[in-house]
Ligand binder design. Sequence first.
Ligand code: NAD
Length: 396
Amino acid sequence: MLTGSSSFPGFRALSVEERRRRIAEIAGLEGGALTRALETGGLDEGGAEQMVEDALGRLAVPFGVGLHFRINGRDFLAPMVIEEPSVIAAASHAAKRIRAGGGFMAETDPSIMIAQIEVHGVRDAARALTRLREATAELIAAANRAIPSLVERGGGARDLAVRDLGEGFVVTHVHVDCCDAMGANTVNTVAEALGDRVAELADGELGLRILSNYCDRRCTRVTARVPVAAFGDDTTDGPEAARGVALASRFAELDPYRAATHNKGIMNGVDAVVLATGNDWRAVEAGAHAFAARSGRYAPLATWRLVDEGTQLEGRIELPMALGTVGGALRAHDGARLALAMSGADNAAELGQLAAAAGLACNLAALRALATEGIQKGHMALHRRALAEPCGPVAP
Ligand code: NAD
């Protein structure tokens, strides 16, 4: 939990060293911690060697902070790692507008990941499904024996689902509550432990045993409201800009070509937080896009509507969020651990809410710009700054 507010003026005018000091103060971190960790990009060569094979070194990417985030009445700092100019500034700016409307409201499902055990060559699929369903208690007990440390922490296998895919393919899903872990390795352990018994019950040949990244039982939902009257600026009328955002949302709902770009803008914010905190952004991307296509038609992950007789602009985002605040890359990566400590998120659910809120903020900023002056003006100004200073990252 942060010890200070994530909302304050004048941050951009500070030097990098002053910014680090200020953020450390708010996050309750020891003074020089950020400076020391960031001198190596958060990862030294030994750490890189520990993390991957055939390492040559490390490749630096800018690390910044999204300000003004308030979620469920509590302040957060959004650690963001991203190479694209304007994303961090846009996230902060939109979070500030949303803060004026009371901040983000968020809720998260339990941390349920899905272990898939696939069996093929099944001659009688109906019989296989019945036998697997009847063995639910046995299979859940076997799953929990494979992951005793997670069970000790209050997690573990919760349920079983079986599906007939046709062509002799039967797939068994084990739903595992992974608590504060992302859960891929944990769930893969479960899938492998149960494989032989599942194939025996289905009377087929054992196939793949691995998690599904389409973790649709582990979704995060975030909503935000912006008072339309406060949505204007020197050049744009508030109600007009808000109407433009609502229309842009409808466009994405009606057109998968637009929805893909709409969602890319959302993932600018989501991925930046996911990467900063050492989480698996490919897993989050895979889950997000599978979820976006769940109706059979690719759709926007976030939508905006004018509500309360047009006085409020209300946004809503929902997406699967498989994040960990323990395990994975966090074990070896000092910078990611520091980013997590700086965020104010105390568990995986809160971190997922922060990532989703950053995604919704980026979406609002992009739609507002697109619906008013276009994005090129601001984007290219920041891009030119980046090109003019090729020796280092450009702060917002
Ligand atoms: P992990 O293997 O580090 O396991 C998490 C560990 O943390 C467990 O041993 C658990 O007991 C322990 N733990 C401590 N405190 C906990 C708490 N409060 N809640 C839950 N567990 C707690 O990590 P993981 O999360 O199982 O796997 C994540 C890693 O797997 C990521 O690095 C990811 O990139 C990788 N991975 C991903 C895929 C995929 O997405 N398709 C496939 C394979 C591996």
